[in-house]
Design a binder for this molecule. Structure first.
Ligand code: HEC
Length: 134
């Protein structure tokens, strides 16, 4: 016999966790604030996500969306290797934004590759605000 009380509680937990801010995001954004950043903005993050910039190795304009797609809920495709990349949206991929070390590692690599420089604390905080809202 089904216990609907338990089912309801489980559904609420699942729904709630998809919306909740990840501890790793809180921790990262707190450290960005310590570095002088503030007021993290999802719309600004989305604008930067789609911002095209000339990429030296590719000799063409690229953006974060070139590999991750502009729609974070869809599968991305690595522009150089063609490898598929799991959706970035935490609502589609529960492992996203759960590991601070992974977040920093890929920010470092991807900002350098895409923009030719590391991202600032403000930019990283805005990116996380955008990604976690999807
Ligand atoms: C050349 C392809 C490529 C581009 C361009 C790119 N990324 Fe990535 N990104 C990857 C790959 C590959 C991974 C690691 C595989 C995975 O996590 O699915 C990754 C992982 C990440 C992660 C880790 C997320 C997590 O918690 O799992 C973040 C954050 C990220 N990228 C942000 C960015 C941002 C911001 C930009 C633009 C400045 C960008 N990426 C541009 C290929 C790319």
């Amino acid at each position: 016999m089904m216990n609907w009380g338990v089912v309801t509680v489980l559904l609420l937990i699942v729904a709630g966790s998809a919306m909740a801010t990840e501890p790793a995001v809180n921790e990262r954004q707190a450290s960005y604030r310590e570095a002088g950043a503030s007021n993290f903005d999802a719309a600004r993050g989305e604008g930067m996500w789609n911002q095209q910039q000339m990429q030296q190795e590719m000799r063409q304009s690229v953006s974060c969306a070139s590999c991750h797609s502009a729609n974070l809920r869809t599968v991305g495709k690595h522009i150089r290797t063609g490898k598929l990349i799991d959706p970035m949206a935490p609502s589609m991929n529960a492992e996203r934004l759960t590991d601070a070390a992974k977040i920093e590692k890929w920010f470092r690599r991807n900002c350098k590759w895409t923009w030719g420089r590391e991202c600032t604390a403000q930019e990283k905080g805005d990116f996380l605000q955008f990604i976690q809202s999807r």
